[in-house]
Design a protein. Sequence first.
Length: 135
Amino acid sequence: MATWTRFEELDAWKKARELNKRVYRLTRQPPMSKDYGLCDQMRRSSLSVMCNIAEGFERGSRNEFIQFLGYAKGSAGEVRAQLVAAIDAPYIDEATFEEMTALAVQVGQVIAGLIRYLQRSGIRGPRHQTFADAE
């Protein structure tokens, strides 16, 4: 889509990857690591951000990409809610909570920016190209 040829080039995907790495690192540390349910859900949510960006990009349609970016943004919000549960437990300290929440918010903002860009652009996606467009 646009000037990107691979989803790995997208800033939104790169930020989502960073969030996922940080969530996995956090959930391996005690005492949080003992709460298997919360750890599993937080890992799934952070992974979902990355995967939905990738899946939407690979669909080849602007509208589907925007739809999947919406799912990704929702999953970033889910991570934020799970961080609230982690601090309330209390599995993490205030500094970790603030740092991780800021990263999750930033991921959501980057995704929102990409959604706005795609909505304003005339990009339709490779699935909608005609043979004349490809020449």
